[in-house]
Ligand binder design. Structure first.
Ligand SMILES: [Zn+2]
Length: 685
């Protein structure tokens, strides 16, 4: 996994990251079912309620989920499909060593909870022994590398740091090594630094989970308490040295390329030669290393020099266990679930079948994806999606042609970048990833999990020091999401999101443009907003917007920040305008662009109403359907505090109150809640 890229992708994808799902009997709803509306509310009073009030009334959040939304529904539907694939009997009788056999075997070993209880922590013993044998600080780098390779490298929870391949921000044709801040169990630094009651309560729950797991590993009660205190203090130190999610958004401030020698000078107490050699990285791979957050690595270096070895051992033991929890006996899984419950408000752990479906879909993601698209995605759907994407791109081209805040120099650079923006990745990759090097036991699930993580780590490290492979996908075909990647200058739309209510091969254009069309428009504008405009058409870190035009853009975004800051979520928290403005601005852009694409496709014709609504009205109703969401208070709180996407109600009402076309389509009048005077509507695209 590409380190800064996972940061970027997480930020630029359209959905909030949500946890994936279980089968239900419900058939997918039609394009705009009338039963989703609430006719007791006027569209101009609260459009979100009008469009989805019926849906909100008839749906509840399943106990093993933190929210219930379009994304959850689709994830559940896709999970049901993936489950049908991974449980297919044919897989277990497929040729030994084939991808199909590996999929079936991985799922079967995950479901075999009797064998998992019997195996205990067996597969973790070598790692725990290595940690126990830690005698000198010189050994730290090797042990951390081992944790990265078999843990969750490239993710926040990797021990101490995240290491992975990265497209060189200054030469997008090459892949270099990237290092970033990581090593926390809780999602962001604020969970460790904030002193409100809720943050303190979550830290207490984390402490409880740690004490329980250290006890399971054989500690006495006082030993477990000591190890817990040590680990919490260690993570606290890492948190204080970490940047906020906000501060990670600036690619220039998070790019610090250096030689291995310079990195070694920055962190003299950490043996990078051992780390990289053990990771299988030769001289070509370490010629240029991007150290995302040098201050974090300086703090890590101080810990390498000064933290007691006993504290390091506790911290590393905890992370070794956390990385493989789902492969461990129930007592470990329950301890970990206590933390998930506190963080996201789940009422119950997911059924095992759901966990195993998701694990298999991740570990063998593209092998599963290949079977998924063969069954569930048609060539006709791909062709229609491509035609719609072309219209949205044309709409953005004409937009950039006249947009008021761009001067001639910016406009020319933006048009050159747009000409290179690729929209070729729709549905599924044309070349499939190989899982030949992944071995699956079918009897030792924890071993399979560690193997899969090691396989992914090795695959990623192998890319470093080589030319870029442009054919790679950052999401599997079955994923319900889409993204814009500024380094690749491309929009990627997996088959998983080309489903109702985002997209229906058989629906009218209004529904598709209001759904997936506006989502694609949202992603495309990211290429030219405050983040994307730091990159040129070739994906190099090079600003395409002049300082004067950037200031004009920011003056317009200030309108969005003010609008967000004045908005209170349903958990009585004020939104953070600065955090959410990028995504809210992309929503305004996406809905504006896709609306124009709809007008192009209507070409002045006036098709009649469907269900009493004009195409223009159906367009906005479709946008609202996409965001119908029920969310537990804990999850909404986590979103408001750390996720750059505003809550669903805002994405509908906030966005549309800025749209002249919406005001016209629903005849919104002064004095109603959805009304903003024309001069005060935020317009960027
Ligand atoms: Zn976005």
């Amino acid at each position: 996994m590409n380190v800064p890229s996972w940061l970027t992708r997480a930020l630029m994808s359209v959905a909030l990251a949500s946890t994936p799902a279980l089968p239900s009997g419900a058939a997918p709803a039609g394009a705009l079912p009338a039963s989703n509306f609430d006719h007791d509310v006027a569209p101009s009073a609260d459009f979100y309620r009008f469009a989805v009030g019926g849906w909100l009334a008839k749906n509840t959040i399943p106990p093993d989920r933190s929210s219930w939304s379009t994304f959850d529904e689709l994830e559940q539907r896709n999970e049901r499909r993936v489950r049908a694939i991974v449980t297919s009997h044919a897989l277990l009788t497929a040729a030994s060593g084939s991808q199909e056999r590996k999929i079936g075997g991985f799922y079967a070993s995950c479901m075999d909870t009797v064998a998992i209880e019997r195996a205990g922590i067996g597969a973790l013993r070598p790692a725990l022994k290595r940690i126990d044998a830690l005698r000198s600080r010189a050994q730290l780098a090797g042990i951390i590398e081992h944790g990265d390779a078999t843990g969750s490298a490239g993710q926040e929870q990797a021990p101490a740091l995240a290491f992975g391949s990265e497209q060189d921000p200054r030469d997008a044709t090459r892949v270099i090594a990237g290092l970033s801040q990581a090593g926390l169990t809780l999602p962001t630094r604020d969970y460790y630094t904030a002193n409100d009651a809720r943050s303190k309560a979550i830290r207490a729950v984390l402490g409880t989970a740690m004490r329980r797991i250290f006890t399971l590993l054989g500690d006495t009660p006082s030993g477990a308490t000591e190890e817990t205190n040590d680990t919490l203090a260690f993570e606290q130190t890492l948190a204080l040295a970490s940047k906020t999610p906000d501060a990670l958004r600036d690619p220039f401030a998070n790019y610090h390329p250096m030689s291995l020698a310079a990195l070694q000078r920055l962190t003299p107490n950490f043996d990078w030669h051992t780390y990289f050699a053990q990771a299988g990285l030769g001289a070509a791979g370490t010629a240029k290393i991007d150290v995302g957050q040098p201050a974090f690595f300086t703090a890590l270096d101080r810990l390498a020099a000064g933290a007691p070895l006993a504290q390091w051992k506790s911290y590393l033991r905890w992370h070794a266990v956390v990385a493989g929890t789902e492969g461990l006996p129930k007592a470990y899984r329950d301890a970990r679930f206590g933390l998930a419950r506190a963080l996201y408000g789940y009422a119950a752990p997911p059924p095992r079948a759901r966990t195993c479906t998701n694990f298999t879909g991740n570990a063998l993601g593209f092998a599963v994806g290949k079977l998924y698209v063969a069954r569930y995605f048609s060539a006709a759907a791909r062709a229609r999606a491509r035609a719609e994407i072309a219209l949205i791109k044309a709409s953005l081209r004409s937009d950039i042609g006249h947009i008021a805040w761009m001067g001639p120099q910016t406009r020319a650079a933006a048009l050159a970048k747009l000409a290179k923006l690729s929209t070729a990745k729709v549905g599924y990759p044309d070349r499939w990833r190989s899982y030949a090097a992944l071995s699956v036991s079918r009897s030792n699930f924890l071993g399979d999990v560690l193997n899969a993580q090691g396989f992914e780590f090795a695959r990623d490290v192998a890319k470093i020091g080589k030319p870029l492979d442009r054919s790679e996908w950052g999401l599997t075909p079955q994923t319900v999401n889409a993204y814009y990647d500024p380094s690749m200058n491309e929009v990627v739309i997996p088959a998983g999101i080309l489903e109702t209510p985002f997209f229906d091969e058989h629906a009218d254009d209004a529904v598709n443009f209001g759904g997936i069309g506006a989502v694609i428009g949202h992603e495309m504008t990211h290429g030219f907003d405050d983040e994307g405009s730091d990159y040129d058409g070739n994906g190099n870190l090079h600003r395409i917007v002049t300082p004067r035009d950037a200031a004009r853009f920011h003056a317009r975004v200030a309108c969005v920040i003010n609008q967000l800051d004045a908005y209170t979520s349903s958990v009585a928290l004020r939104l953070n305008g600065k955090l959410d403005a990028g995504e809210a601005t992309a929503d305004i852009g996406g809905t504006t662009l896709a609306y124009r694409a709809l007008e192009t496709s209507l070409a002045g014709k006036h098709p009649g109403t469907i269900g009493g609504f004009s195409p223009q009205q159906r367009y906005f109703l479709s946008w609202a359907q996409v965001w119908r969401t029920k969310q537990r208070p804990q999850a909404e709180r986590a979103q408001v505090l750390g996720d750059p996407h505003p809550p669903a109600r805002y994405r509908v009402n906030g966005t549309l109150s800025d749209e002249d076309n919406f005001v016209r389509a629903f005849n919104v009048k002064p004095g109603s809640a959805m009304w903003k005077p024309p001069g005060s509507r935020c317009q960027i695209w």
